[in-house]
Design a protein around this ligand. Structure first.
Ligand code: ADP
Length: 384
């Protein structure tokens, strides 16, 4: 994968004299999911703003697509189109009196004609699940909806990279999970995603790579299980270990697990524990029913299949599938980490119904096949 953003020994001192970034080098590859983690004041926002040219380093070089950023109006406009930035506070990002006008702002400024702007806005609103709210004034929306308007405004310019500064701050746990699922969907659509946060628990299973930042310097940079796995490092950064890592370390220290594992999910943990049992519990596995909402487009058909499968748990993956379930008034047992949660239910002997869009069907099948192969289980996936 090619490098899309690179920092070469960048430093930044604010006009008041605070040195926020103290010599940092890193690179981000196309298609990665990166978490920039650190306590308040670590320099996360400053560093992110350097990635799309909003802040110019006092020294060192920032590169986008292997080219050093030139800080003139023309190249900055081009970089901001390629590297979209979703601010922490949506109220600061949303500026227009209606949702439509706000999302249209970027593509209109890029000089597209009226019809193209309309198409881009419609597509962006559909991607974030806000179709139908075009005429609403943003101030009437919930915090989660405002965040989605801000994201749609960026998506309408079709950037390669999406940067989110503390995307879940101010959202409730369900809203945070919905947002993380949306980020997964955008990643699945080919976007490179970078988020900053101090919520290790949230990004631990999500990120492919984590950069731990403290006092303007990189403390650790690795896959999350390694970057977050060192208790001294994590404590130094005023953060807490993800609970699964803490539990795994405790079980190993007590000799309950013979070697230290780094489980990323509850499913991993269950697998590790079961592999220690002399006689693993034998049970008939449940099945996972996958319903493609793009293939069959009627609410009635959806309701009929939910009833027919008699699944004990129901999940939806992706924005469109969640909307279809909402329209059909079908309550969801899970809307984030759906595949793993469905596998866990299947291991208990329960059936799960997953509604999803066409592009996700193969991903579900692949993930469950991989799990079956690794764990020598035989959970059945039935594509409806
Ligand atoms: P984080 O996003 O990790 O909370 P920031 O990048 O916002 O960290 O801040 C890094 C350091 O820079 C902090 O010491 C902060 O006080 C300082 N800082 C941030 N913004 C400004 C600003 N506009 N003017 C002066 N100092 C700032």
């Amino acid at each position: 994968m090619s490098i899309i953003i690179e920092a070469r020994d960048v430093r930044y001192t604010y006009p008041g004299g605070i040195e926020a970034i103290k010599g940092i080098s890193f690179h981000i590859r196309q298609g990665e999911k990166i978490a920039l983690v650190g306590p308040n004041g670590a320099g996360k926002s400053t560093l992110l703003q350097m990635c799309n040219g909003m802040i110019r380093p006092s020294s060192g070089t920032m590169l986008v697509g292997n080219t050093p950023i030139k800080y003139n109006t023309r190249s900055l406009c081009d970089i901001r189109r390629r590297v979209g930035f979703v601010l922490q506070n949506s109220d600061r990002q949303i500026i227009a009196p209606t949702v439509y006008q706000d999302v249209a702002f970027g593509p209109t400024n890029l000089g597209y004609d009226k019809q193209t702007v309309q198409d881009l806005v419609e597509q962006a609103l559909q991607q974030v699940g806000l179709t139908g709210l075009e005429r609403r004034p943003p101030y009437q929306l919930s915090g989660g909806e405002k965040k989605r308007v801000a994201i749609a405004g960026i998506l309408a310019m079709d950037p390669d990279v999406l940067i989110f500064d503390e995307p879940t701050s101010g959202l409730d746990p369900a809203g945070s999970e919905e947002l993380m699922d949306l980020l997964d969907e955008l990643h699945h659509d080919g976007k490179t995603i970078i988020i900053s946060t101090h919520d290790l628990e949230l990004v631990y299973p999500w990120a492919e790579r984590a950069i731990l930042l403290l006092n303007g310097k990189i403390l650790e940079e690795d896959v999350p299980e390694v970057a977050f796995g060192d208790p001294t490092c994590v404590r130094l950064a005023h953060l807490s270990l993800p609970v699964l890592l803490e539990l795994s370390q405790e079980l190993t220290a007590r000799g309950i697990l013979p070697t230290l594992h780094m489980p990323k999910t509850i499913l991993d943990m269950i697998h590790i524990i079961e592999s220690q049992l002399s006689t693993p519990p034998s049970k008939t596995h449940g099945s996972i029913w996958v319903y493609d909402v793009d293939k069959r487009q009627s609410t009635q058909d959806l309701m009929l299949h939910v009833q027919e499968t008699k699944a004990q748990a129901i999940g939806a993956m992706g924005t469109r599938a969640k909307q279809c379930m909402k329209q059909a008034h079908i309550p969801l047992d899970f809307s984030y980490g759906v595949i793993d949660k469905s596998i866990l239910r299947a291991l208990r002997g329960e059936d799960t119904f997953i509604a999803t869009s066409n592009k996700m069907v193969a991903r579900i099948q692949m993930r469950i096949d991989a799990y079956n192969q690794e764990s020598k289980n035989n959970i059945k996936v039935e594509i409806l």
